[in-house]
Design a protein around this ligand. Structure first.
Ligand code: FES
Length: 106
């Protein structure tokens, strides 16, 4: 299991347990993390699962694919650290990952 911390725009945090092999978006939805809409169900087709990866984790999480980059164009307030959480696969190496949820998804 990997522990993932989600930081809300108001500064509140929620730590969830994510199963390796699933996605960060799935872990967020399963645990009712506010602000992760994931309208397309993980198909990289909606950009409503947008998160910011904390600086310490950006290298480990890696860069978005070209398809994800294209979809991120539709997200709100995109930054260098933006990723679509349905495109981040959970692995044991991501135990301790810290992500921020944007103020809104679109
Ligand atoms: Fe739709 Fe991630 S859930 S792009």
């Amino acid at each position: 299991m990997a522990k993932i911390t989600f930081i809300q725009p108001d500064g509140s945090t929620q730590v969830v347990e994510a199963t390796p092999g699933t996605t960060v978006m799935e872990a967020a939805k399963l645990n009712g993390v506010p602000g992760i809409e994931a309208e397309c169900g993980g198909a990289c087709a909606c950009a409503t699962c947008h998160v910011y990866v904390s600086d310490d984790w950006r290298e480990q999480v890696g860069a978005p694919s070209e398809m994800e980059e294209d979809m991120l164009d539709f997200a709100f307030d995109v930054r260098e650290s933006s990723r679509l959480s349905c495109q981040i696969k959970v692995t044991d190496a991501l135990d301790g990952l810290v992500l921020s949820v944007p103020a809104k998804q679109f």
